[in-house]
Design a protein around this ligand. Structure first.
Ligand code: FEO
Length: 387
């Protein structure tokens, strides 16, 4: 395994996680990469590392250019262990390396690894000379941990953006003009929806600061490197971080004996007849992380659950908990479901949606099996409430 050239004397030396299918609950159908970057300058520098089980792969790639023991500087843009997991091994190999990180980065790395490495703590606006080139630092706290920062190399116009602009995508191609752009964009959208979305206000500040930089290459810490489609991904980040939606309704449900399912179809009919794009999603068949990819630009989120033992179904509760944590804003909602007796599930769904900050515009609950007449009534009533 060899290093891959980004520009003269700048290399990708990361690890490819071909088999990764679950990243703390986020389904990664296409695997991932942990991108580390080697800069051969007067000070040999490594930006970020890889997950612990891909450190050997990273070291092999570094060794194709230089003995890893000769690394002088390591930049840790982010403490999370998919990027810092290689630090303990590396710091054993090059114990005198300077470790550049943010104030919260130092705190986080010490808390994770219990080591007193040679930390060089930077703040926004600080610069560090590598020789012919330099790195400027911009702290971006809570995109998406308190420690995150960006490193910018003005001489080469490269932004090392860490998690921002990343995608969970394992492939041999490294650049955005070498791989199908539609797949890169879907994975970038899924990444934003499942990782970055709660921190959209901070993303907007980051975008404003980054817009002052002259950038030709964006090197994220996951997936493809951006060099030909930077305006497109920046525009997507602007839209996603400002909670812009399109005329689309998601109908998400679980069902016991198909009664809530038939209500889901009636809800979908109302939106279709009002000219909305619709997505019907059975929680037994669609993973919640894939649903989030659709949530990110949907105007309506409609959720249905029957009542089981006085509660909504666990599958629906799981989704609503995940949704609330990821905190999309400015959405409208509908709650619905069937019941035999009790019938608490619909008000519980409604509470979750209200607590998520959504405007719940309609609720529908029906005892036992809805007939065609009721389902038609539901569709017609909902049509009058869709704004
Ligand atoms: Fe890819 Fe927040 O780590």
């Amino acid at each position: 395994m060899k290093a891959e050239k980004i520009k003269d004397n700048i290399y990708w030396v990361g690890g490819i996680d071909w088999g990764l299918r679950n990243f703390h609950g986020y389904i990664t159908q296409r695997g991932s990469t942990y991108n580390a970057y080697l800069i051969m300058d007067e000070k040999i520098t490594l930006i970020d590392t890889a997950k612990y089980y891909l450190v050997d792969e990273m070291l092999e790639r570094i060794s194709s250019i230089v003995d890893p023991a000769k690394i002088d500087v390591i930049v840790s843009n982010h403490v999370e262990m998919d990027h810092s997991g290689g630090l303990p091994r590396l710091m054993e190999i090059c114990p005198n390396a300077t470790l550049i990180t943010s104030p919260n980065g130092e705190k986080g790395l010490k808390a994770h690894y219990k080591k007193d490495w040679d930390f060089h703590v930077v703040k926004s606006g600080d610069s560090f000379s590598l020789g012919k080139r330099s790195l400027n630092f911009l702290l971006t706290p809570m995109v998406h941990w308190p420690d995150n920062m960006l490193s910018y190399m003005p001489e080469e116009k490269i932004l090392f953006s860490n998690d921002s602009f990343g995608q969970h995508l394992a492939c041999s191609e490294r650049f955005d003009d070498q791989y199908p752009l539609d797949i890169i964009m879907v994975e970038a959208k899924k990444y934003y929806a499942n990782i970055v979305l709660p921190y959209s206000a901070q993303v907007q500040k980051e975008l404003a600061e980054a817009s002052k930089l002259d950038i030709q290459i964006v090197c994220p810490s996951h997936g493809i490197i951006w060099r030909s489609h930077i305006p497109e991904i920046v525009e997507c980040y602007k839209q996603w971080s400002s909670n812009q939606t399109v005329k689309k309704a998601l109908i998400i449900y679980d069902t016991m004996w198909n009664s809530t399912k038939s209500m889901a179809y009636a809800v979908m009919d109302a939106f279709s007849e009002k000219g909305y794009a619709t997505r019907l999603m059975d929680l037994n068949e669609t993973h919640i992380s894939d649903i989030m990819t659709e949530v990110i630009d949907s105007e309506y989120i409609c959720v249905g659950s029957p009542t089981l033992n006085n509660h909504l179904l666990p599958t629906v509760a799981e989704f609503l908990t995940y949704l609330k944590g990821l905190s999309p804003k400015k959405r409208k909602a509908v709650a619905f479901g069937s019941f035999g007796w009790g019938g608490q599930s619909v008000s519980q769904v409604e509470s979750y949606l209200s607590e998520s900050g959504f405007d719940v515009e309609a609720t529908f609950k029906h005892q036992y099996v809805p007939d065609k007449k009721y389902l038609k009534q539901l569709t017609e009533e909902l049509k009058t409430k869709i704004s």
